[in-house]
Design a binder for this molecule. Structure first.
Ligand code: CA
Length: 446
């Protein structure tokens, strides 16, 4: 979806193209000449907003103050939510970090960008995974054409930051997903972001802030951990809760920095989570590396659901919007805000009009796909597909693609997916199965 100006631009171009078919050559020359006198409308560099994308890592959709968690305190994100269009029915297409972050970078679903697993097959070098991002319509690369400088900080699984078109960044081809040679963004410093913003002057910029937080290792500062430590609370849970507050604190530092530089009004701030997390008690043996089984990597909402916040003063109307949204919408939304046309391969929708309270999103359902953690064939991700899922209205279907087993939940009545209704809703299961398989098949060809 395009902004008003890019829509006008497109309409003007289409109208002009059809008119030229009927014009004699002299008029055609005049038309070409006139284009130089009256340039097509587009945003100037000064009109283009800055963009800050904040991505939490391994945090459950319930685990914020603004989502009414009874214990976790996130005052800075709560305030951001008050200033934002809040989409509580947001989803990542996949609950695995690398694949999910790649969707946030490219606006493509995993089977389109082919960045589906966290690690390559045994014995294969990580560099074999990097060609995919180099050829993808990555957001920093698209924004660069419109004059943006882009900074990568925190998680980035695709080798050197320039592979996605970032002009500045931290990770190199030697890193798995986060720079080990520098102080960790978020946990140890925010300075690289503040310095980058300082260097931009009046030029538009994009900041990718994806600290590995509240992700393991859960090492919160004592001053925050003390707030959650109690004889009645499991120590692992207390640490995770404190990590959520620590992340919140770092987001606050970034938002304060925009305020101090008087950039809040001309900056689009978006907050999402790359995948969910369910904390298990410290006494669990073995202690699962991926948290509870219905969280990270799973097709349940504990793995795939995320709140989506969009703040852009004067353009977005703060409030709650119940539309079903996917993180495949984030890049089209940012491009629309920045006056850059989204490539056709992106099937997500700009959320700007909805966030401006101009009507509902033209969408009935959101879809997704979940793969194995480690690839068995980088060029054929379909062989590692585990689940397809779809949410339509209040109903959510999960299809295990290996066993063909289905689960069906009514999320309005059963938000934690405990009551599988697949046996009593056979027609609904059949219809949603057809829908999700058609979605996957039709997208796969494009
Ligand atoms: Ca993650």
């Amino acid at each position: 979806m395009a902004t008003k100006s890019t829509k006008r631009h497109k309409k003007y171009e289409e109208g002009s193209r059809s008119a030229t078919h009927r014009l004699p050559p002299l008029f055609l020359l005049f038309w070409v000449f006139s284009c130089f006198l009256w340039p097509l409308p587009s945003l100037s560099a000064a009109e283009r907003p800055n963009v800050v994308l904040m991505v939490a890592d391994d945090q459950g959709w319930t685990d914020f103050g603004f989502t009414k968690h009874p214990t976790i305190r996130t005052p800075r994100l709560d305030r951001l939510a008050e200033q934002s269009a809040v989409f509580p029915n947001g989803y990542v297409p996949t609950s695995l970090c690398r694949a999910s972050l790649a969707t946030l970078l490219t606006g493509l679903y995993p089977h389109q960008h082919r960045i589906c697993c966290n690690d390559p097959p045994a014995g294969e070098d990580r560099s074999a995974m990097h060609p995919f991002i180099k050829t993808a319509p990555a957001l920093p690369r698209l924004l660069a054409k419109a004059g943006y400088q882009s900074l990568q900080t925190g998680k980035f699984w695709e080798g050197h930051y320039a592979n996605a078109g970032f002009t500045d960044g931290e990770t190199t081809d030697k890193d798995r997903h986060i720079s080990r040679g520098k102080p960790q963004i978020g946990r140890q410093t925010m300075k690289p972001i503040f310095d980058f913003i300082d260097r931009q002057g009046d030029k538009p910029f994009f900041v990718w802030y994806a600290p590995m937080m509240p992700h393991l290792p859960h090492t919160p500062p004592k001053r925050i951990l003390d707030k959650y430590t109690s004889a009645r609370r499991d120590p692992a849970q207390a640490k995770y809760f404190a990590m959520c507050e620590w992340l919140d604190e770092t987001c606050g530092l970034l938002l304060d920095n925009l305020d101090h530089r008087k950039l809040t009004e001309k900056t689009v701030v978006i907050f999402v989570v790359d995948n969910g997390w369910i904390q298990v008690p410290v006494a669990s043996k073995p202690h699962p590396a991926f948290g509870g089984p219905r969280g990270k990597r799973s097709p349940y909402d504990g793995g795939i659901r995320t709140p989506v916040l969009i703040r852009w003063p004067g353009h977005v109307k703060p409030g709650r919007y119940d539309d079903l949204v996917t993180t495949a919408d984030i890049v089209p939304t940012i491009l629309a805000a920045c006056g850059v046309e989204a490539p056709k391969a992106m099937h997500g929708l700009s959320l700007l009009d909805v966030a401006a309270h101009k009507g509902k999103l033209a969408r009935q359902a959101v879809f997704g796909e979940i793969y194995e953690h480690t690839s068995s064939n980088l060029n054929r991700p379909a062989v590692d597909l585990c689940y397809l899922w779809v949410r339509k209205g209040d109903w959510k279907l999960i299809l295990d693609t290996k066993t063909r087993k289905t689960e069906l939940y009514n999320l309005a009545k059963d938000p934690f997916e405990k009551d599988n209704r697949a046996d009593s809703e056979r027609e609904r299961v059949a219809a949603l199965t057809r829908a999700v398989e058609a979605w996957y098949a039709s997208n796969e060809k494009k």
